[in-house]
Design a protein around this ligand. Structure first.
Ligand code: PLP
Length: 394
């Protein structure tokens, strides 16, 4: 026998304390990921098949058809990209920006900042309009900015998960068309949960993720683009500066040719097919109604307990609620208590809302009455234990 030169500190004896992989059971009521549906987990656990197997190719077509339904669009180029939401976000920038081109980004939270960062890395000429975290842009503000700045792309987040704001998108598609500009929408926390009509709202390209509204684990990012976007892509003067996310290459695999580009994460595609099938089975409008009804129940319940919500009801986001941490309460203490003793995750505030709000998500499979009741009950019975001053009320 040859003596292999293994690293001695990493020998089998030292590693024998590892048990089989185990993770605690959690109810994920934070900003994502959300729990996966049991049927999705069943699909995920199937044995992989080849990514060019005819059975897999037919599954790809199912996924695309189900995605078109969920996006409410007829776009030929509709596909789940390999990677989390940020992958399709980056694809939207990498493919549609050429060096020096103007992009206008309407930023009202953390994810607007990420778009700015990506667009800057791809050497766009970036213009930004800002709103404080908790507010939405008006139609007039957006119209004015597009008409004066004349960008090649206008980008905005539909459901801002950092602040809990739902941005109305009515009429923006028309403004973009009149000004010869592409309309790019981040629908990461709205796809499969909230009303979203890609064709009717004249959205040219949009992206989302698998782990929020679609009841799947993280790992895929649905993407869709229409003819206007295809024309812009085919008129590029330079190569897309990102190989993995190059849509002209991805199109060869997800278009009619089915030519190898990268090995598809086949199990994640089994999972998303199942998540999308469950949505189609329930009916898109029923899914939207369920999310709205359960969110309203949460809002009313929190207000009844004397809590304050961060965002005004007109543009409050049903999938993610920002609730103010009462001044006398140790916010992190309560959050950790819920996780350690009840297995429930809620989120803390991001960026400028850190320490000021908790973020409660009701997304996909997790948007149900029972979860709302359970959480409200815990706010009622447990929160008083986290008052910084012994006898304070809030
Ligand atoms: C979660 C999220 C993203 C990023 O998606 P990842 O899956 O974390 O990469 C982008 N935009 C918004 C609005 C999000 O909520």
């Amino acid at each position: 026998m040859t003596e292999a030169k293994l690293i001695s500190a990493l020998n089998e004896e030292n590693l024998s304390h590892f048990s089989k992989t185990y993770v605690p059971s959690r109810l994920l009521l934070g900003p994502g990921p959300s729990n996966a549906h049991p049927e999705v987990l069943r699909a995920l656990a199937l044995n992989p098949i080849g990514h060019l197997d005819e059975a897999y190719i037919s599954l790809m077509s199912d996924v695309q058809q189900l995605l078109r339904y969920t996006w409410q669009c007829n776009n030929r180029l509709t596909l789940p990209m390999s990677g989390t939401g940020s992958a399709a976000m980056e694809a939207s920038i990498a493919n549609f920006i050429e060096e020096g081109e103007k992009i206008l980004i309407a930023k009202k939270g953390y994810f607007g900042d990420r778009l700015v960062d990506m667009a800057t890395r791809y050497k766009a000429q970036v213009s930004v309009i800002d709103k404080s975290w908790g507010e939405a842009f008006t139609y007039e503000e957006i119209k004015y900015e597009i008409e004066t700045k004349k960008p090649a792309i206008f980008a905005i987040v539909h459901a801002e998960t950092s602040s809990g704001v739902l941005q109305p998108l009515d009429g923006i598609g028309d403004i973009c068309r009149k000004n010869n500009c592409l309309f790019l929408v981040d629908a990461v926390t709205s796809l499969g949960a909230l009303e979203l009509l890609i064709d009717e709202w004249k959205i040219d390209l949009a992206y989302s993720c698998s782990q929020k509204g679609l009841s799947c684990p993280p790992g895929l990012s649905p993407f869709t683009m229409n003819k206007r976007a295809e024309e812009k892509l085919s008129s590029r003067k330079t190569k897309v500066p990102n190989w993995y996310l190059d849509l002209s290459l991805l199109n060869k695999y997800w278009g009619s040719d089915r030519v190898y580009h990268h090995t598809a994460p086949v199990n994640m595609n089994f999972a998303i097919r199942e998540g999308l099938r469950l949505i189609a089975n329930e009916g898109l409008e029923n899914v939207w109604n369920r999310h709205n009804t359960n969110a309203k129940k949460l809002w009313n319940g929190l207000e009844t307990l004397g809590m304050e919500l961060h965002v005004s009801e007109d543009y409050r986001l049903p999938t993610l609620t920002t609730v103010k941490i009462p001044p006398a309460v140790d916010g992190d203490g309560f959050r950790n208590h819920l996780l350690r003793n009840f297995g429930i995750e809620i989120g803390n505030g991001l960026g400028e809302l850190s320490g000021k709000v908790w973020r409660v998500g009701l997304m996909g499979f997790n948007s149900c009455e029972e979860n709302v009741d359970r959480l409200l009950n815990l706010f009622d019975t447990e929160l008083k234990k986290f008052s910084i001053f012994e006898s304070s009320t809030f």
